[in-house]
Every structure is written in C-alpha cells, then in structure tokens.
Design a protein around this ligand. Structure first.
Ligand SMILES: [Zn+2]
Length: 570
C-alpha cells in the first residue's frame, strides 16, 4: 500500500484496534529467541506463548516485507499459513484448494471532474477536492449522469427496527440523494434515538451509500460535518483522492450507485441556500421522527472518467471437519494483509504489522492446532479463515461472504481476531460493539469462570464494530463476535492499559514501528484471550445452538430469514 492510502485505511475502513503495546519492563516469561526457520521450532498441541510468538516472529519479519497483497510478501505469508494449516492436519477449506482467489479492482477518478449543478435555474459548479469528492464503484471507465433531480433524504436511513425511514413516500430512482453523516441520535444527543452518541450501523457512510444504491439512486452525496464524521474535510479529500479499491461489481451481490461522494459543509450550505432552503433548519428537521424527504430545486449532471486496474489476491482457508454435523461450521478469522514496504521512505520502511495483524493470524493458527489435536474432535466443523485486503476495505472477507465455502445459513457464528495487544493479563476483555449477539452470552459464561468482565470499547462513537472483517458476515446476518484485549491490566490497572493503548496508537499503529519484540511483549493476556475464544468455539461446536442477534439489532432480520426451521439459542 502507498502511504497516501493511509488516511483511508486508518479512518475509513480499518479499526485494527488502536490499542495495546509494549511495556518498558522485560517480561520474565518471554520466549527465548528461536532460530531463523519455521522448520526448527517444535510446536506444541496447546495454545502457548512459545508457539504464538514463533508465528508472529515469522509473519512480522522483514523477510515478509510488510505482507502487502500482490507483492512477494503475499506469497511468503499465504504459503506460511498454508504450511502451518497442513502441518497441523487441517484439510484444504476451498474444495481441494487452500486458497480462495479474491479479485479486486483499483479505480482512480479523474480529479478534473466537476459536479455541474443547475440550482433554481442557475448553473453552479462544484470542484473536486475543494467542494466535493466523487467516485464510482461500478468499475466503469465513464459514468454519465444528466439532469438528475436532487433530493435531501435526511440521514439516508431506512431502519424498520427503529421505525424510521428517511426515504418514506418518495421514489429516488434516477435521482441524486443528498444526506447527512452519522445518525439522528448522534446529532440530537438523544440516548433514546439510534443509541445516542454511540455509532450505529446507520451512521456509517458505507451504509448510506449501500442504501442509496438499493433505492435506485443515480448518485449519492453525503454532506460532511466534522463532528458527525469525527474527522475534517481534509481527511475526506485525501481518502477519496487517488486509487480506491473494491471487489469487481460482478463479484458483489449488493447494488452500487453509478456515482457516490461527499460535499463540504460550506458547499452544501451555499447549494441549499441557492435552492431556497436553510440547511440548518433541515438538519434539525432530520433529527425528528416523521421527517419527510425534501426535493430540492436543483439537478446534477456529471461526466466522471476513471482509470481501472484489475488485480487479485488470496484468502487462505483451512477446515477441521466436524464428526457429527460436518456441514455446519464455526468460523475463526483474521486478516493476514498489512501495509507492505514503502519504497522511497528513508529509514525503516517495512510496515511489519506485528500487532496488526500477525497476532490475529498467529491466534487462529494456535486455535486450529488446539482444536485439531484435542482428544475429541468437534461435532460441527471449524473453519479457519485468513483473509486478505482488509486494509483496502475489508475485501477478502467481503468476497468470502459473497462466495462462502460453508453456506451462510450453515455458518453457526464467527469470531474475528484483529490486533491482539501484548500488554499482559487484564481483569476485563473488550467486546467491540457490545450488546450485539448471543455469542456474548457464551463469552460471559467463559469469562465468569476467569473472574473477568466484558467491557465495551472506549470510543463507541467511532463504530469500530463496522470496521473489521467480521462485519461482512454481520451484514449478511451471521452473528459475529469481535473481542479485543482488556484495558484493566493486572499490572497497573486501567491507567497502565490506557497508557499502553495510547502509546500503540501514537507510536506504532499503521507505522513501520509496529514490530515484534520478544523482549518487551507480554503474551499471557493474549493466551488467556485465545483460550477464551477457544472455549466459545468449543461450546458452539458441540451444543447444536444457532446463536442469533439480540432483539433490535439491524442484522437480526437477515439471520431470521436464514434460519427458518432452526431452533434459536435459548
Ligand atoms: Zn487490522
């Protein structure tokens, strides 16, 4: 990945757990340095520190070049994971193949593109970068839109379980929808509306574009505001300039609008004023139940040219077949990709991604070994999925969910590991997006025995649940648990945990300095967390339950549809 992509990867798509880190004191239980090749390490059947550290050391070594898709680092990484899965005794998960090829398309919009508006009969031009950003996910080199009428659709939310529809009573087919970022609860500060300040699925900009496409809009524009987006216009501008990555449209079952983008708050205010409307009044109206979409006296024309390049990368899939109901599976997943080597950058330019996400990959390998070598095989199958292109927009997982090797209605539940913090044991465990599914009931049973408690992530306004790979399963209805290391550390408590998280975010997250360090990493907390998710998978593999989303969750309707005859977990 190029450095210019970082704002996109960092703010738009990847949560990658900005937390955890190394501690100044050397850990007494750090494993001894091992020799240079994987072949000489003697792996044990259990989840343990030495084996875990060995996997991280390999995956995060300079030799792997930062594990960027499409580079020699990809070959080394996926071959390493495949070799480990084979050594452990898993079966190839994709038919007879260990790999699943993931196609992607890189689209770069011509930045001389303008939005040509006619507002109350008067032409108006919005320029790329300063006033707006625009792009297409259709893969088409040229998108033409002519005189598409503008409609203000509030937050662009259609949420039956919230009894809320910003599209009520209007057909936006062929039209250009203009909408606010985040959700009514956030801007109204009302805890009873859309979880208040906590980010809901409906507050995510990705949702808004998906929904607009579903409704048949020709173009979708989000009005930026710094508070609602949680970042300034410059971040939007940088993220939407240069290459954008996606699955080819043919490989994505979801519809896509011909054009989508953002307009700056200033440009939107001026546009609404010229159309005879007051944007601040419409903002207030959009926060109230019963809001009605508002056609504007304006049309949009657009001639968008883009260059596209098609590429491929690969997921790695290993299967442990169940002994009684092998057609049903639990999925453990982690993304293997990271940001690669940044040519031309002086000093250490290899983005090793030790925490993000060599730890998660090492975690699923350790889980695979423990399940495979347990005395009794699981009744249901367990699938171990190392996905690619997370840092480019969760594409490996998106492709998998569109082309699953175990059908989604036979997929019992998903556990995602993304960036485990090597900071030692904690009295808590972080459940990102807490309050989502019945998988949390199973988690509670396990951590009760450890005298630990589950806590929510600190910044619930950031919507981290919607920013890692399990989210593609969630969108499709499959319950997905995303746990992260705790922050109330046995050594130093919350102060130490918060300091470690801050240190990681500031000094290592998505930087070349995210490196493995056997001398300072503490593994005991990670091992305990892996044993925790192992116990959840163990229960699911043998209890015949079909966990569902909690009542009121946006993904429950999809799961209900998927399991017409299946008993729901009690
Ligand atoms: Zn990550």
């Amino acid at each position: 990945m190029r450095h210019a992509l970082l704002p996109l990867a960092l703010l738009a798509v990847c949560a990658c757990s900005p937390r955890g880190t190394d501690q100044p004191a050397a850990a007494a239980d750090a494993p001894a340095a091992t020799s240079a090749t994987a072949g000489t390490h003697a792996f044990d059947a259990t989840i343990n520190q030495g084996d875990f550290a060995e996997h991280v050391r390999q995956l995060a070594s300079d030799e792997f070049g930062g594990r960027a898709p499409g580079t020699p680092g990809e070959e080394k990484t996926i071959e390493y994971i495949k070799a480990q899965f084979a050594r452990i005794g898993l079966q190839p998960g994709n038919g007879s193949d260990w790999f699943q090829t993931v196609p992607m398309v890189e689209t770069t919009a011509d930045e001389s593109t303008a939005l040509n508006l006619t507002v109350a009969g008067t032409p108006q031009v919005l320029k790329f970068g300063s006033d707006m950003v625009i792009g297409t996910r259709t893969g088409q080199a040229q998108v033409n839109i002519k005189d598409s009428p503008l409609v203000f659709v509030g937050y662009g939310v259609d949420a039956p379980e919230h009894d809320w529809n910003d599209y009520a009573g209007i057909d936006v087919k062929g039209k250009t929808v203009v909408m606010l970022v985040n959700d009514p609860g956030f801007h109204a500060g009302d805890a009873k509306l859309f979880d208040g300040k906590r980010m809901t699925y409906y507050g995510r900009w990705t949702y808004k574009f998906d929904e607009a496409a579903l409704k048949g809009a020709s173009a979708a524009l989000i009005i930026h505001d710094t508070e609602g987006a949680s970042y300034g216009w410059d971040v939007v501008k940088n993220s939407w300039s240069g290459p954008q990555y996606d699955l080819p449209a043919k490989d994505d079952p979801a519809p896509r609008a011909p054009a989508q983008g953002w307009i700056s708050a200033d440009a939107a205010t001026a546009l609404f004023k010229a159309a005879g409307q007051d944007l601040s009044k419409l903002r207030a109206a959009a926060n109230k139940r019963g809001f009605k979409p508002m056609p504007l006296d304006a049309t949009l024309s657009l001639d968008l040219k883009s260059t596209t390049v098609e590429k491929t990368s690969r997921n790695v899939v290993g299967l442990l077949p169940g002994s009684e109901t092998p057609d049903e599976a639990i999925v453990y997943m982690a993304h293997w990709d990271h940001l690669g080597t940044h040519e031309g950058e002086t000093g250490d330019n290899i983005y090793n991604g030790a925490v993000d996400n060599a730890t998660g990959v090492a975690g699923i390998i350790e889980l695979a070994e423990a399940f495979r070598k347990a005395p009794t095989p699981p009744k249901r199958s367990i699938l171990f999925l190392a996905v690619t292109l997370e840092e480019s927009g969760l594409l490996g997982s998106k492709y998998y969910v569109a082309h699953p090797v175990v059908p989604l209605d036979k997929t019992v539940g998903v556990i995602n590991l993304d960036a485990l913090a090597p900071v030692g044991k904690a009295r808590d465990i972080t459940v990102v997006g807490q309050g989502s599914s019945q998988l949390e009931d199973l988690l509670k049973t396990v951590i009760d025995t450890q005298q630990r408690k589950a806590v929510s992530e600190t910044n619930t306004a950031a919507g981290y649940y919607f920013r890692s790979d399990h989210f593609n399963f969630a969108k499709a209805g499959v319950p997905a648990l995303y746990v992260d290391s705790g922050t109330d550390l046995l050594e130093g408590g919350l102060a130490a945990g918060d300091a470690a998280g801050k240190d990681y975010t500031e000094n290592r997250y998505h930087k070349a300095a995210d490196q493995f360090d056997a001398a300072t990493w503490k593994f005991d907390g990670i091992i305990q967390d892996l044993e925790t998710v192992q116990a959840i998978g163990q229960a699911l593999a043998n209890n015949g339950q079909w966990p569902n989303w909690y009542e009121g969750n946006p993904f429950k309707a999809a799961r209900d549809k998927m399991l017409p005859a299946a008993p729901v977990a009690k």
